[in-house]
Design a protein around this ligand. Structure first.
Ligand code: ADP
Ligand code: MG
Length: 310
């Protein structure tokens, strides 16, 4: 349905997005995963025709979007990263205002507003002004705005950042339902790998303007098939131990967090013996050493040497 071909955005000498290739089939939920600054919003802005690419093009149903953005715009709903709502208007008034911008009116608009309010769980708050809403409710209303004109394709830019867990779950469930029940095609952007793992059929992982992995969850995790991710828990970690692990040539990647260390090692290494030895030399008391099922986070660590959540 949609194809991004060699899409780049350059600001002076700096590529915010470089040579991006991506396709989205009708009915899919595609995930775009990457840390802050990866280039996700820039890619989305080009895809939703808000900014022009420096190079490359987007093709919608095989036709150039640069040449004619209208067909894609008509069927696309965009949930921007920054909330765009009028604080002094009620939920209903906001929807009415944006509906008018989409050139909707009369009973059709009224009916759509009712439907959307129900969908985002704000039907009973329709008469309240937005400034009284919690962060999660604003997010939900922001999503509602993008759904008013019955889009076929929904782009969501980090829709769950900075909100309470309940609203977050509500949003994730709503996204899933929209896809399953209405067949909505969705591009879901996030820096939370567990969201993307939960929602998406196919995943693109992005870092510093480049796509660094593409595939289904299983295909991406297959990148780690010849390696183990090991999770080490200690009573108290010390620098000697961390340094010993870091200096150990068979250990490929290492991330520490509180009193735990995550490392990636080739499968053939007898890692338990090695860790026990290094711990005892550094006088570190181990609580546990476990092999983890790899997550997308581990794949990211493997590919970049950094944790996804900095
Ligand atoms: P993400 O959404 O993944 O956090 P962005 O697409 O917002 O990342 O940003 C990618 C990179 O491009 C960042 O380093 C950001 O500072 C830079 N960038 C984004 N927009 C502009 C702009 N208008 N001018 C210059 N640099 C920009
Ligand atoms: Mg962004």
């Amino acid at each position: 349905m949609l194809e991004l071909m060699n899409l780049s955005k350059r600001y002076k000498q700096f590529y915010a997005v470089k040579n991006m290739n991506m396709y989205i089939e009708k009915g899919e939920i595609v995930g775009l995963l990457g840390p802050n600054g990866a280039g996700k919003s820039t890619a989305i802005s080009m895809l939703s025709t808000l900014i022009d690419p420096t190079e490359g093009d987007v093709f919608f149903k095989k036709k150039s979007v640069l040449k004619n953005p209208t067909p894609l715009r008509k069927v696309t709903g965009v949930v921007p990263q920054e909330i765009a709502l009028y604080q002094d208007l009620t939920a209903e008034e906001n929807l009415y205002f944006f509906g008018r911008i989409y050139q909707m009116s009369g009973s059709n608009l009224k009916q759509k507003i009712d439907e959307v309010l129900k969908l985002i769980g704000l039907a009973d708050r329709r008469k309240d002004v937005v400034k009284k809403f919690s962060g999660g409710m604003r997010r939900r209303l922001n999503i509602g705005v993008a759904l008013l004109h019955d889009p076929e394709f929904l782009i969501m830019d980090e829709p769950t950042v900075g909100i309470d867990p309940q609203s977050r779950n509500y949003i994730l469930e709503t996204v899933k339902r929209l896809n399953e029940e209405k067949g909505l095609t969705i591009l879901y952007t996030s820096h939370y790998m567990e969201e993307v793992e939960y929602l998406c059929d196919r995943i693109y992982i992005m870092d510093r303007g480049n796509l660094i992995a593409v595939g289904t969850k299983d295909e991406i995790k297959e990148i780690l098939s010849s390696e183990h991710t090991i999770y080490i828990e200690a009573e108290i970690l010390n620098k000697t131990f961390i340094k010993a692990l870091d200096d150990e040539p068979t250990i490929k990647e290492l991330v520490t967090k509180n009193e735990t260390v995550t490392i990636i090692v080739p499968k053939e290494i007898n890692v338990f013996q090695l860790i026990t030895k290094l711990a005892s030399e550094a006088k570190v008391e181990l609580k546990s050493v476990n092999v983890k099922t790899p997550t997308l986070e581990d794949v990211f660590l493997h590919l970049t040497g950094r944790a996804l959540r900095d």
